[in-house]
Design a protein around this ligand. Structure first.
Ligand SMILES: O=C(O)CCC(=O)C(=O)O
Length: 250
């Protein structure tokens, strides 16, 4: 078993090949439904699409490895402090641009002032492929160049309140990838934090895209189901979520 990285112990532990539970196994490529019968692509609202089982197990493992590196720093993962004194239960590290309530910057000024890690080309490619598959349109990703990602880690108690992603100066879609424990994802409306909303389960490997008329919908994570993830992803406990965005900043 790998040694947890300093300061990153609570983001689960990487397990070696012998640690694979096999619970998830099978073909996890886009469109595959191994062990997850009935979970198929669904458009929740115009522009908002859930694609279950989109990431293969290998892709999830690779993303976990990359996120673990980013979480180490130079601007390490942290519980974000809110302007009124609260602290988010979710832990977040950023790539490309650093987000702090409620703006983006190139340095992590509310952490240690370090420059944010560069947004890698492979993640741009992943974001483009996500749009093609979510929207079932071969050209949907052509103009999509995400330049910021927020990487959130949820332990069994963490939640994320209803909010809009609106610090970006672009209305390009948000691409969301989930790894680890299953959560309840609440997808609401553009007007209020309250009903009407739809609760869906996001399972490890799921893709969720919200763009077009759904881009500024309030959304949140009211519940994580501890112990539901597959340690073979590289996360033995907890949930990782990666949202890619286009900031529209230069
Ligand atoms: O964890 C999730 O699924 C949602 C994350 C989110 O809403 C955000 O980072 O703004």
């Amino acid at each position: 078993m790998s040694t947890p990285l300093p300061g990153f112990e609570d983001i689960g532990r990487l397990r070696g090949a012998d640690g694979a539970s096999g619970r998830q196994g099978g073909d996890r490529r886009p469109g595959a439904t191994a062990g997850l019968e009935g979970r198929t692509r669904r458009e929740l609202a115009p522009g908002a699409v859930h694609v279950p089982g989109w990431l293969s197990l290998d892709e999830q493992r690779e993303l976990v490895t990359a996120c673990r590196e980013w979480a180490r720093g130079p601007a390490p993962i942290r519980h974000t402090k809110l302007p009124r004194g609260g602290v988010m239960s979710v832990q977040t590290v950023c790539v490309g641009w650093h987000w702090q309530p409620y703006a983006y910057s190139r340095t992590a000024d509310d952490v240690n002032g370090a420059p944010v890690a560069e947004f890698p080309d492979w993640m741009v490619a992943l974001g483009r492929r996500a749009l093609v598959d979510a929207y079932q349109d071969a050209s949907a990703g052509d103009d999509y160049t995400p330049d910021a990602a927020l990487i959130n880690f949820y332990d069994g108690e963490a939640k994320l309140g209803m909010h809009q992603d609106k610090e970006e100066r672009s209305s390009a879609p948000v691409v969301s990838l989930s790894i680890g424990d299953t959560c309840v994802f609440r997808f609401g409306n553009t007007e209020t934090r309250t009903k009407p909303y739809t609760d869906i389960e996001l399972v490890s490997g799921d893709l969720f895209v919200f763009g077009g008329p759904s881009r500024f919908v309030y959304h949140g994570v009211p519940k994580v189901h501890p112990g539901t993830g597959d340690p073979a992803t590289g996360i033995s406990t907890g949930r990782l979520n990666i949202t890619m965005r286009v900031t529209g900043l230069s």
